[in-house]
Design a protein around this ligand. Structure first.
Ligand code: F6R
Length: 267
């Protein structure tokens, strides 16, 4: 696991975007269209802004890339402004210039949700798997909407959101009552199959979760801790989110001393 500590959220976004662009360019060089895994929420917004700037400057071309969202609320009709399909359209598809027909979001409005989950797994497989998965982390350690006690090998499925997650997300809805209680989410096993994972977090409210993800035991009580088993996981955080890391000094030193070829260079 690589840990990069940045001075603020903008720098977190710049490093994450540079990492995603590097993986996307490598896919193009190998003659493939990149497959991105995209998260919603506040954490990745700076990453999408920085990626859009890289695309505008011709440093990365995502026009042929496809993308898979991590999750979707159950029961929000098409076009609902807080459905993740809409959020992804506004914050990812348009700014990055992706083709809408290559961007996939689980169908949380399907009559048969189990089938929708199985279809989603199949679509990821048929696309050749995810090259780089962008992740945020919940204050309770969830990634995707894999809440504490999720199986570490789970696949895309229906989950019930915890009260804490619904409270955390009430800011997008106006009131807690309007936040759906269920979602479809990629499982931890699904996420772990991405070839690279990039988790971004900023601010003091994420400090405890980041400590648990990076330095805690691998446990279903902190689903993000499963990333310790991933061979190419990069955790990019600002100083405030890094505040509880016991080995913060080591991560800073280690990054300062990395050979050039191993660095995430800002493009
Ligand atoms: C969103 C998702 C969640 C969020 C997490 C953090 O697609 O899968 O895991 O990344 O809840 O949300 P923010 O970034 O809003 O704090």
């Amino acid at each position: 696991m690589d840990v990069i500590i940045c001075r603020d959220d903008t720098e977190v976004g710049a490093y994450a975007a540079a990492k995603v662009a590097k993986v996307a360019r490598a896919a193009s060089q190998a003659g493939r269209n990149a497959v991105l895994g995209v998260a919603t929420g506040s954490s990745p917004l700076a990453t999408y802004t920085a990626l859009a700037a890289l695309a505008a400057r011709g440093k990365v071309d995502l026009s042929q890339a496809s993308a898979f969202a991590l999750d979707e609320y159950v029961g929000l009709p098409a076009g609902h402004p807080q459905s993740y399909r809409e959020v992804i359209r506004r914050t990812v598809v348009e700014p990055l210039g992706l083709r809408a027909d290559r961007v996939h979001v689980p169908d949380g409005f399907a009559g048969d949700l189990e089938r929708a989950a199985a279809d989603y797994e199949r679509a990821i497989r048929e696309a050749g798997g995810v090259d780089v998965q962008i992740l945020g982390v919940g204050s309770n350690g969830h990634i995707g909407f894999n809440e504490p006690t999720s199986s570490l090998s789970s696949r895309t499925r229906i989950k019930t959101l915890t009260e804490q997650t619904r409270r955390d997300n009430a800011r997008f809805f106006g009131s807690l009552e309007q936040v759906p209680k269920h979602c479809l989410t990629q499982g931890l096993g699904t996420i772990m199959e991405a070839r690279h994972c990039v988790l971004v977090a900023s601010g003091a409210p994420k400090a405890a979760a980041i400590r648990a993800v990076v330095e805690g035991p691998i446990t279903a009580m902190c689903p993000g801790s499963v990333l310790q088993l991933h061979q190419r996981a990069t955790i990019i955080v600002d100083d405030a989110a890094a505040a509880e890391l016991e080995l913060a000094g080591y991560y800073r030193q280690l990054y300062a001393d990395l050979p050039d070829w191993q660095r995430v260079e800002l493009v």
